[in-house]
Structure formats: structure tokens, C-alpha cells
Design a protein around this ligand. Structure first.
Ligand SMILES: C[S@@+](CC[C@H](N)C(=O)[O-])C[C@H]1O[C@@H](n2cnc3c(N)ncnc32)[C@H](O)[C@@H]1O
Length: 285
């Protein structure tokens, strides 16, 4: 199996990012992909490493998509200079909360995507948290978060990897898949209804993920299958004793691959099913 270190890590440290399980996912991807669609692209761990002729990335979180578009508009040196200038101007360090809060206020007044990127780099758990007014409200990541040399390196590689990507910021329900043909491939990594991350618990200025969303997504994947277009779906079918029954039933008609190692099941022996998370990749090929 190919090791993770052969892949480029996203400089966003995105919650729900697939970096740790990329080898297991890519092992199951088609060997030749003309157009790759990442319908819930998040931090781009998957897209930034996929081999395809062209890449289409979508996420409902337009704040994140705006950051990628801003990255694309600048040469890498200009981008790094911009980030360094903001860090200098606000005196950002792992301990300067005041500087962080001043930048956060400035961002909420001016909404420059690159400022948001710098903010997130110094924020608690690198999270994209917004209130209902779409103001960024994640607290400071004291002693933990910063734009460190590892992230700088990740950003340099990432900037190159995504330079030709096509971005959209739409609800998947209205994303137009009609351009896809049999040589293309769609990857869906939606929020997991029974194990929601903070990007989509309904309290971050975006809608939560419901049973209806699952059903509409399964319908979309079925329709791709009917058009002989390949797809793969990441999901969690069991989490802490709860089972996503609708998913369990739906996936029976496709191929199901079990993924290991992304969640902490270290207490598995003693607490048995209570801590168990079963992550899967469903493919139609
Ligand atoms: C599991 S994460 C994807 C992580 C990504 N594969 C990565 O490696 O970073 C799920 C993503 O779905 C997005 N999302 C939630 N609801 C959506 C919707 N209705 N349409 C499109 N994207 C949505 C969230 O913003 C989040 O980025």
C-alpha cells in the first residue's frame, strides 16, 4: 500500500479532511480519470492529490472556496508576502490574542479571503466557524495554532497543485452534473449524518445535514450510475452504536470497501460497540 507521506497535505487542516486515509481511497479510484469532480471538496486533501486531466471542486462553504480562488489569483511569492505582511502587521504569534482579535475584527469588516486564511491559521483547531450573521467567530488557538514552516511548505505545494482547478460554491443539490461522461469520475465526501463535524452541525451559518440530504445524494449517485458514470462515496455507516440504516440499505447494491484507522478506536476492546466507527467507501465499479 502507498504511504501517506507521498501525498501533499492541505494547508487548511480541515475538519473531516481525508489525508490520513488517502492511500486507502486512491487504491479504489479508477486508474484513468478524465474529469474529476469533488462534490464536497472541503480542505482539498483529495483533489490536491488526485491524478486527473481536469479537476472540478465544489463546496457549499463559499468562504473556503473564496480562499482557493484568491490563492489562484496570486503567484506563490505574492501569496507568501501577503501572509507575512498580515502576520507582521498584527503581530500574530501563538500567544498574542489581542493581535488575533484585531485581525478577526478587521476581517469581519472587510472580508478579504486571504485575511480569513491567516486568521484560521492562528485559530482554535483551525476551524471555519461563523455565526448566523456569517461573522467569523472562532476563538484564538493559544499555544497551538500558527502559520508554521510546515504549513508554509504545504501551502507552496498546494498552490501549485490547485492552480488549474475549477471551483464552485454551490449546494450539491443544484450542482450541474450533466457535463459528465463515462470517462469522468465523481467523488462525494458529504457530512456524515450520524457523525457530524463542526462544519455542518447547523450552527455555523450553514444548514445542517439531514436525512433528506442523504436521500437526495443517493438519488444523484443512482442517476450517475444509470448514466454509467463512475462514483465513489465516503461515509460512516456506524458511529457510537448508531447505524445509518438508510445508507446501509442503499449501499447494498454497490461495492463497499471498509476503511481503517481514521477514527480513534483505541478503547475498542473495553467499550466495544460504544466507540466503534465504521467508515466506508462505496463504489459503483
Ligand atoms: C467531510 S467534509 C469534506 C472533506 C474533504 N473531502 C477534505 O478532504 O477536506 C464535508 C464537506 O461538505 C460540505 N457541505 C455540507 N453541506 C453541503 C451541501 N449541501 N452541498 C455542498 N457541500 C456541502 C461542508 O462544507 C464540508 O466541507
Amino acid at each position: 500500500m502507498i504511504k501517506t507521506e507521498f501525498y501533499d497535505k492541505s494547508p487548511l487542516n480541515y475538519i473531516g479532511g481525508k489525508y490520513r486515509i488517502l492511500p486507502q481511497i486512491f487504491e479504489r479510484f479508477p486508474s484513468k480519470i478524465e474529469r474529476f469532480v469533488d462534490l464536497f471538496c472541503g480542505g482539498l486533501d483529495v483533489s490536491a492529490n488526485v491524478k486527473a486531466k481536469s479537476v472540478y471542486c465544489n463546496d457549499i462553504n463559499y468562504h473556503v472556496i473564496d480562499i482557493y480562488r484568491a490563492f489562484q489569483k496570486l503567484a506563490v511569492d505574492e501569496l507568501l508576502n501577503y501572509i507575512d505582511d498580515v502576520i507582521r502587521k498584527y503581530g500574530l504569534t501563538q500567544t498574542n490574542q489581542e493581535g488575533y482579535l484585531a485581525l478577526r475584527k478587521h476581517y469581519n469588516e472587510t472580508r478579504q479571503p486571504l485575511d480569513l486564511y491567516v486568521l484560521v491559521c492562528f485559530s482554535f483547531n483551525y476551524q471555519f466557524r461563523f455565526n448566523s450573521k456569517h461573522e467569523y467567530n472562532n476563538p484564538f488557538g493559544r499555544e497551538r495554532s500558527s502559520f508554521n514552516p510546515v504549513m508554509r511548505n504545504n501551502l507552496i505545494k498546494f498552490h501549485k497543485n490547485i492552480s488549474q482547478f475549477n471551483f464552485a460554491a454551490q449546494n450539491f443539490k443544484v450542482y450541474d452534473c450533466s457535463f459528465l461522461t463515462r470517462r469522468d469520475f465523481l467523488y462525494a465526501d458529504p457530512p456524515y449524518r450520524i457523525a457530524l463535524g463542526s462544519y455542518n452541525d447547523g450552527k455555523r451559518g450553514f444548514e445542517g445535514w439531514t436525512l433528506d440530504d442523504d436521500l437526495i445524494l443517493f438519488e444523484l449517485l443512482d442517476s450517475l450510475n444509470a448514466r454509467k458514470i463512475k462514483f465513489a462515496l465516503s461515509n460512516v455507516v456506524e458511529h457510537k452504536g448508531e447505524i445509518n440504516e438508510i445508507l446501509a440499505e442503499w449501499m447494498r447494491k454497490y461495492n463497499v470497501h471498509y476503511i481503517s484507522g481514521n477514527y480513534d478506536n483505541s478503547n475498542y476492546r473495553s467499550t466495544a460497540r460504544r466507540n466503534k466507527t465504521t467508515e466506508i467507501l462505496v463504489t459503483n465499479y
